[in-house]
Design a protein around this ligand. Structure first.
Ligand SMILES: [Zn+2]
Length: 469
């Protein structure tokens, strides 16, 4: 039996206002090329980098959330390599005193160990045309967190889940949009395969995977490939691979630089950044509730484990749910059901996100509460949902349209009598024991009461009126 050991290097763009070491706007997405640049991020001689305090703070938030060890001072290093979109010919990164070392992220029953996380700057972008290459340096110098895990992940699905968890965590912390589609979250993976119980095998790295799905597919392919090599009794060669989306296959990229090739040395232009315990404590105090803490709280409120997990790790839903819960109108599990089933279904049908609708936590809580108090039937509640999604007030809709449940027995019995009179053939069939005909009668009563009557009650009154049952 063979098993895989997977480790990740995740790059996360920090959503600071300015870049990592200069005052350029960091939000360059969609801006014309080379408009978000200055002498510092262009690497012009004589310019001096100044670390962005917010970027350091954002990194510390993540390090604290993951329980990493944090040094008393940050030291930046130069990582030297030549690439056309790296104008300084080195990248300001961190080496032996990173922002955080150790720590872990819970993943179901297991935890995935974090090796380290550090702060660095991104490179620019090369656009390769047929006869030339264009450079856009808007991205150069934007702040990145690189997060490296131990090879604790065991399958492509688990790796994808881990990435979703990291994404949810940094979004909850408010430090990164972590949107792979905008290049704000990228991952390199390393994977080795071994016979169960044996030491780790030779690892292969797959670079520049820009969606969670690509990560999963690349790993599936690579684990199959390595397993076949081992089965033939051959050895896996260490390599750096790319992944081709179309064929779903990995391909060799280049031989990997050894660490020595980068000639790391301390960045002479940036003195070490002290991290006082007071500063760290203030950041810790300011941390929001973390997803796994949320999950525990939701469960304690009586929300089913599976629902609690999905809600806690979907920051937009968790924010919405927390506000709806704070109103104290509807029960936690009912809100969870509505969010995960009815609302999610409707959003899916319409290709919208929660934020793109005018649904408010108040609107949903009031709708669910009307149903929970028995003032409207579930059918009416579901029918009203699309309008509540457009921002309409459920109570006003119920009032205007007279949709409140017909709780008045006398009124309901009167409608039942009318329907029996109007549908004599169906009524006769039911009297003769053909209960299938009852559905038509129930349907007619529901229509005449605009769905406001409880179907069980209608059934019972009909059977009573027809002398059956
Ligand atoms: Zn700049």
């Amino acid at each position: 039996m063979y098993e895989a050991a997977i480790g990740l290097e995740v790059h996360l763009h920090l959503k600071t206002r300015t870049k990592a070491f200069c005052g350029c706007q960091a939000d360059y997405f969609g801006a014309p090329p080379n408009t978000h640049t200055c002498p510092v991020c262009l690497g012009l001689p004589g310019s001096l980098p100044v670390p962005n305090k917010k970027a350091v703070e954002f990194g510390l938030r993540l390090a604290l959330a993951l329980g990493s060890r944090i040094p008393e001072r940050l030291v930046f290093h130069r990582k030297n390599y030549f690439y056309p979109d790296l104008p300084k010919n080195y990248q300001i990164s961190q080496y032996d005193l990173p922002l955080g070392q150790g720590g872990s992220l819970p993943l179901g029953e297991r935890t995935v160990r974090i090796k380290r996380l550090h702060l660095e700057e991104d490179a620019g972008k090369s656009l390769h045309l047929e006869d030339r290459t264009l450079l856009d340096l808007n991205r150069a110098g934007s702040p990145l967190i690189e997060l490296v895990t131990e090879p604790d992940l065991k399958s492509p699905e688990e790796t994808r889940l881990f990435l979703q968890r990291i994404q949810a965590l940094v979004q909850t912390l408010g430090i990164s949009e972590a949107s792979p589609e905008e290049g704000k979250m990228r991952a390199d993976v390393n994977v080795s395969v071994r016979r169960a119980g044996e030491p780790l095998g030779t690892k292969v790295e797959i670079k520049n995977l820009n969606s969670f799905k690509s990560v999963q597919r690349a790993l599936e392919y690579e684990i199959r490939r390595q397993t076949e090599i081992l089965r033939r009794g051959e050895r896996v060669k260490q390599a750096t691979l790319g992944f081709e989306e179309g064929s779903g296959k990995t391909y060799p990229m280049r031989t990997k630089e050894e660490e020595a090739d980068y000639r790391y040395f301390p960045e002479p232009d940036i003195p070490p950044v002290p991290i006082s315990r007071e500063w760290l404590e203030a950041i810790r105090q300011d941390l929001p509730e973390l997803p796994w803490e949320k999950e525990g709280r939701y469960q304690a409120l009586g929300i089913k484990a599976q629902d609690a997990e999905v809600l806690a790790y979907t920051p937009s839903l968790a924010r919405f749910l927390d506000r709806a819960l704070s109103l104290g109108q509807a029960s936690p599990q009912a809100l969870a059901n509505w969010l995960l089933a009815d609302v999610a279904g409707l959003l899916n049908d319409r290709g919208l996100t929660l934020e793109q609708t005018r649904l408010t936590p108040e609107g949903l809580a009031r709708l669910v509460a009307l149903f929970e108090r028995g003032e409207i039937t579930s059918r009416v509640a579901k029918e009203l949902l699309p309008e509540v999604l457009e921002g309409k007030d459920p109570e006003a809709l119920v009032r205007e349209r007279g949709l409140r449940v017909v709780a008045d027995e006398g009124a309901l019995r009167a409608v039942v009598a009318e329907v029996i009179a109007a549908m004599p053939e169906a009524a006769e069939s039911v009297r003769q024991g053909k209960l299938k005909a009852l559905d038509a009668l129930v349907g007619q009563v529901m229509r005449r009461t605009k769905g406001q009557a409880k179907p069980e009650l209608v059934r019972r009154f009909l059977l009573e009126a027809l002398g059956v049952g």
